[in-house]
Write a protein that binds this ligand. Sequence first.
Ligand SMILES: [Zn+2]
Length: 132
Amino acid sequence: MAPPTPSPDAPGVKFQAFLAEGSFSLQVCDGCGTQIFFPRTLCPSCGSRALTWKKASGEGTVYSTTTVRQKPERGGDYNVSIVELAEGARMMSRVEGVEPAAVTIGMAVTAVIATDDAGPLVVFRPAEGGGA
Ligand SMILES: [Zn+2]
């Protein structure tokens, strides 16, 4: 039996659909202005259902980071970071284009839409002229 399919209107599905179109978008609460990530149905700040999708700036800074150690034959070490977006929301992702251990807290990063087996996703690269 096939697993249940989420509604195309589900917030997470819409987030993915925007990524597939090349747009990294976040929900913004019409009631209190909170920028929301991960996508959801209610504002976590005020409970409003009036949420509007807006294109994110893609700018952020590394809030927390670690290097996951992995054997080279399994793909080698990789970075996992929590990035604080310029809009205020934080998201877990990874910083690419630099050695995993070279990622530092406070590093300026820019969002890039990448694709893996699960579809499009947001990863980050060191910002132009930014860095640690
Ligand atoms: Zn709100």
